[in-house]
Design a protein around this ligand. Sequence first.
Ligand code: NAD
Length: 353
Amino acid sequence: MNVFSHPEFDDHEHLSFFSDPETGLRAIVAIHNTTRGPALGGCRMFPYATDEEALRDVLRLSRGMTYKSALANLDLGGGKSVIIGNPREHKTEALMEAMGRCLEQLGGHYIAAEDSGTSVPDLQVMGRQTGHVAGVQSRPGFDGETSNGDPSPVTAYGAFVGIQAAVKHQLGSDSLEGLTVAVQGVGNVGFRLARHLRDAGARLWVHDIHQANMDRAVDELGATAVDGDEILYLPVDVLAPCAMGAVLNDQSIDGLHARIVAGAANNQLARPEHDAMLHERGVLYAPDFVINAGGIIDVFHERKGSEPAEVRRHVESIGETLTEIFARSARDGLPTGTIANQLAEERFRNTVR
Ligand code: NAD
């Protein structure tokens, strides 16, 4: 297994491989860049088939966090950790505590948050052994509700603000009244985003593979339910992917009628070149790692002990960053994802600490 010559290595600052035979813990922590501050990123637990697969995932995700945090103007670097194992079968308190001890050894250069396969209670168990965990406190949320560490409400609000910025740029409107939006996936984030949109006067179409979630959006938000992938091809103003990744691919981009794609799902582009395909077709794409940064912004402020109003203001800056990206994209004739990467690199390479 190559490490320094791995295609995803990208000058990572630090990689740690941890093993604890007593609990069965096998984990990798990747710290990509700490120029802006300690590396913060999720701790994922997944039954990777090979060590190589785990390494590839952690390197790719860790680098992504450097870009995401820089674009969110956070004093944080990028990192990620993976625990190799099936969360349904192998997750025990002892294993999570062992992971906490590993994080403690890193002395705060990496801070773990929840990710797929781990939950807030898991992070709290790790937190018995280390202070380097985030998203674990119950506190007043940005919206006046009590936040229990679930990032979905703040992610949904950030996506809503991002849609407002995209509508302003692409359609020249300050209002979402009468805007038509197709939401793919009305789970934790998608439902809340849809509710913000409904409250702002938008008309909604939704699809979710989970019938109960779709019914809730129809009953509570007056949305129109749509079958399967049809949701991607509706002649609406905005398509908001809030389910899974790789939804923007050769096939779907050809069939899009929406003028804006702006949603919370991670890794929406199946391949990097799909950024350019969207640009060529005149579709305004809000890069996912910019528009869905509400969660990491919230976690940052949890550690800082900020007031809810400060968190809200910071989440709203997602709109300003997107506006800058859209303007530069129009000025330079380059796709929005390319511009977002350039802007992130300016921010994390030029920071002097
Ligand atoms: P969730 O599991 O609560 O919701 C996802 C919803 O999508 C579910 O209702 C599921 O049934 C539905 N779904 C899955 N496949 C689908 C398909 N093919 N078509 C239609 N619906 C489908 O997850 P979530 O927390 O709402 O996250 C949604 C997306 O946003 C994910 O990509 C996640 O990685 C990303 N994201 C979430 C957060 C957060 O704060 N939760 C932060 C950043 C990014």
